[in-house]
Design a protein around this ligand. Structure first.
Ligand code: ZN
Ligand code: ZN
Ligand code: FE
Length: 760
């Protein structure tokens, strides 16, 4: 029996080869009708045997092109039969295509790869080949609707062969906006050696093998590359980039190569190969050819696979010394500055670092850093959400008529723009501590707002008065302003990505957040929904001697804990002998008098203190370093733990970690191995977080517990805590789509602002 139906598909289905995919499917199966792009997605009219139509609807999500993200399919059947010529792709009028979602940049697909290495193919060895299933998107889009003239590919006009592919719906390159080839597209050149074209690969290989630093222009910015097996070259890069200790990411040809220097689980292998190609944190093997300088004192390496044709060509090139095993590929910037992405600016800023530049003439319009992920409890947890992920939206649990901007926090900033049902979290912007990053922040708000057609009238921001993101929000005259408490934003960020209604319980552990009482929070037990929250308890307040400036000196927090434990006797303790007496006295005085020593309930600071007490890190060069080193130190099979106290006070439950510090010092004195003490510390944190979760559950009758905040990037902690919560009948919820750290704050702010506007 013949039937006719209309199918509406929502999601990321434009600019990803969706229409030609449906066209081919329809032709193959003798389905007649049409497909057209619409504001929210695509619409299809289809006519065929009823069984074939049912099969078609069934197959659409299953067979859809790799980049398509289907959010919803609705079908209307029983339409009267009509007359069609065949199946056609209808041109949509300009206006309707504007609200399409924008695809992120995507790694070279298998089809393009086989062309790249096939000597018969006309694109053999061409470093910029791509198709509708892969290649640059977000980074080259200047404006919408997404067509070639509004991308940085405008400068190149297609040759007749490329144009024919572009116009043929049966071709993989139908409407592939960055379509290009040797004859008509972008070209490579090596700046100092003035070499162009194919020879660049060989010359670049030589430079890298000689231990030189090469700046490589990529998809979302510049990388600085050196041979990862050459310790001297890595040290030289660190010195020139002024990056002393922070681990550097490395890229290697394939998963088999990665296995030579890292352990790889099935989940990690899948994650490495995702089209987004994130940097994945993997456990190092104890012996490998990778230079120790890449990630000193770290049990993990950040590793990723090639994601542009240029990367593939570099790793496949076989010179006299064989192939390149692995390259350090770190973002092209000086520490703390945003990624370089424009040619002249990059050449100026990287001139003192790079020995040569591997360049191309396709302009990068929007920069985006590499994303970073790890597998925790068998699933991906994103630590930095950027290239390959942004600007894919997160669908919230209900719609709102307001356009909203969430300004994010200070460190690891992202912004979030919202309209309809969708929250678009930006690429990673960075730490808003200097002028360059602040202008990147402002430019991202402008550009994303423009291409997503979001004109915010509501702005949500952190309650911290000093954050540059807060100050930006306060400058928006005439907008509805909604201040959001930092840890409430963490809670709602995780709730929003899982589309939970609430109220939920939350255990929020991070370094610093401005509390509703003006103190610095960071280990918060709360119950909340999108409108409001109640603080049910927290870690005991202790002074942070020297305030925020002391975050780079974890030993100061250690002294504060010791003072709380032993009081005045502190000065005679062995621990203090590691530091100049004047410094110890100054810290004690600050703590005693409360001078320049804000009260903090921060879990991050507790980790810092313990890291210093154990002699792991007394000083750090980047946030989270001491805590990370403490995690690395923990012996995984050790089950010991320490004491702690939980008290009921006026303001709620207070967890007192002083008994923990006492036991830990006892162990230290007794000569227990640091790895066991570190494990016992972690295990104790799991115990008191579990107990607090149970107490909150009893008090409220809720059983869902959100785990958010930067401390939950700690795999040792998260895996044990989730098991412990499940064991007592609670349901832990982890971040999966946005980071648990402050990179997720902007999403939480938006979710809260949306709810407050609805109830206002
Ligand atoms: Zn492709
Ligand atoms: Zn061409
Ligand atoms: Fe935070």
């Amino acid at each position: 029996m013949m039937a006719r139906c209309r199918i509406k598909i929502q999601g990321v289905v434009q600019g990803v080869g969706f229409r030609p995919f449906v066209f081919r499917l329809a032709e193959e199966r003798g389905v007649k009708g049409w497909i057209i792009n619409t504001p929210g997605g695509v619409e299809i009219e289809a006519q065929a045997e009823k069984a074939i139509l049912d099969q078609l609807v069934n197959d659409l999500p299953l067979l859809a092109p790799p980049l398509a993200q289907i959010e919803g399919i609705s079908v209307w059947d029983g339409m009267p039969l009509s007359r069609y010529e065949g199946f056609s792709i209808l041109e949509s009028s300009l206006g309707t295509e504007r609200s399409a979602m924008i695809s992120p940049d995507i790694a070279t697909c298998p089809d393009c790869l086989s062309e790249l290495f096939s000597a018969q193919d006309r694109r053999f060895g061409y470093p910029f080949l791509n198709c509708t299933n892969c290649g640059p998107r977000f980074s080259i889009i200047r404006d919408i609707p997404y067509d070639r003239g509004r991308t940085t590919m405008k400068a190149f006009s297609m040759c007749p062969l490329c144009r024919a592919e572009y116009e043929d719906p049966r071709n993989r390159r139908f409407h592939a906006q960055p379509n290009a080839c040797w004859d008509c597209g972008p070209q490579l050149r090596l700046k100092e050696r003035s070499v162009a074209g194919r020879d660049c690969i060989r010359e670049a290989y030589d430079l890298l093998k000689q231990g030189k630093v090469l700046a490589i222009k990529g998809l979302g910015g510049y990388h600085l590359a050196v041979d990862a097996t050459n310790a001297e070259a890595v040290a030289c890069l660190r010195a020139r980039k002024r990056r002393e200790e922070k681990p550097l990411a490395i890229m290697a040809k394939d998963t088999a190569t990665i296995r030579e220097f890292c352990q790889l689980s099935r989940e990690e292998e899948v994650l490495l190969q995702k089209p987004a190609r994130p940097i994945v944190l993997l456990r190092k093997r104890s012996f490998s050819l990778i230079a120790e300088e890449v990630a000193p004192d770290n049990r993990f390496l950040g590793v990723f696979l090639p994601y542009t044709p240029l990367h593939h060509l570099l790793f496949s090139y076989e010179g006299e010394e064989g192939r390149l095993l692995a390259l350090v590929m770190t973002s092209g910037n000086l520490s703390e500055e945003p990624l370089a992405y424009q040619d002249q600016e990059a050449e100026r800023r990287l001139a003192g670092i790079a020995d040569d530049f591997l360049l191309h003439d396709r302009e990068i319009h929007t920069r985006s850093d590499d994303s970073v992920s790890r597998v925790i409890a068998g699933q991906e947890m994103i630590l930095r959400r950027s290239r390959g992920y942004a600007p894919l939206p997160i669908r919230l649990n209900s719609a709102s008529p307001f356009h909203i901007l969430g300004c994010g926090a200070e460190l690891k900033n992202t912004i979030c723009l919202y309209k309809g049902e969708y929250a678009f979290v930006s690429q990673h912007i960075g730490d808003l501590e200097n002028y360059e990053t602040l202008s990147y922040f402002e430019e991202t708000i402008r550009h994303l707002g423009r291409i997503l057609e979001i004109k915010p009238e509501v702005v949500a921001y952190d309650m911290h008065p000093d954050y540059l993101s807060t100050q930006h929000a306060l400058r928006q005259a005439g907008w509805q302003r909604i201040p959001v408490q930092h840890h409430h934003a963490h809670l709602c960020s995780a709730m929003a990505e899982h589309r939970l209604e609430g109220p939920c319980l939350g255990i929020i552990c991070d370094g610093t957040g401005y509390g509703a009482d003006g103190k610095i929070w960071g280990c918060e037990f709360m119950m909340g929904d999108y409108r409001d929250f109640t603080r049910l308890g927290h870690l005991r307040y202790l002074p942070l001697p020297g305030g925020q400036a002391s975050i780079k000196k974890p030993y100061r927090m250690a002294l504060s804990y010791l003072y709380a434990y032993v009081g005045e006797d502190l000065e005679s303790s062995i621990f203090c002998r590691r530091f100049p007496p004047q410094e110890v006295q100054a810290v004690i005085r600050m703590v005693k008098d409360g001078f320049n020593s804000p009260l903090v309930s921060s879990m991050g600071r507790l980790f810092d203190a313990v890291s210093s007490l154990l002699g792991i890190r007394d000083r750090v060069t980047f946030e989270g370093q001491a805590a990370m080193a403490l995690e690395m130190a923990a012996e995984e099979t050790w089950e010991g733990h320490y004491g702690y106290a939980v008290r009921r006070e006026m303001e709620g439950w207070i967890v007192d970690p002083i008994p923990l510090i006492a036991d830990l010092i006892e162990d230290l004195r007794g000569g227990t191995r640091v790895s066991r003490i570190a494990a016992s510390f972690h295990n104790t944190v799991v115990l008191f977080l579990q107990e607090m979760a149970q107490k909150m559950a009893e008090e409220t009758g809720l059983d869902r517990v959100i785990l958010s905040g930067g401390v939950f990037q700690n795999g040792y902690l998260v895996e044990r805590l989730t098991q412990a919560l499940v064991k007592v009948g609670l349901a832990p919820v982890l971040h999966r789509r946005v980071p648990p750290n402050d990179g997720g704050i902007s999403l939480g702010q938006v979710a809260i602002a949306k709810a407050r506007m609805a109830s206002a």
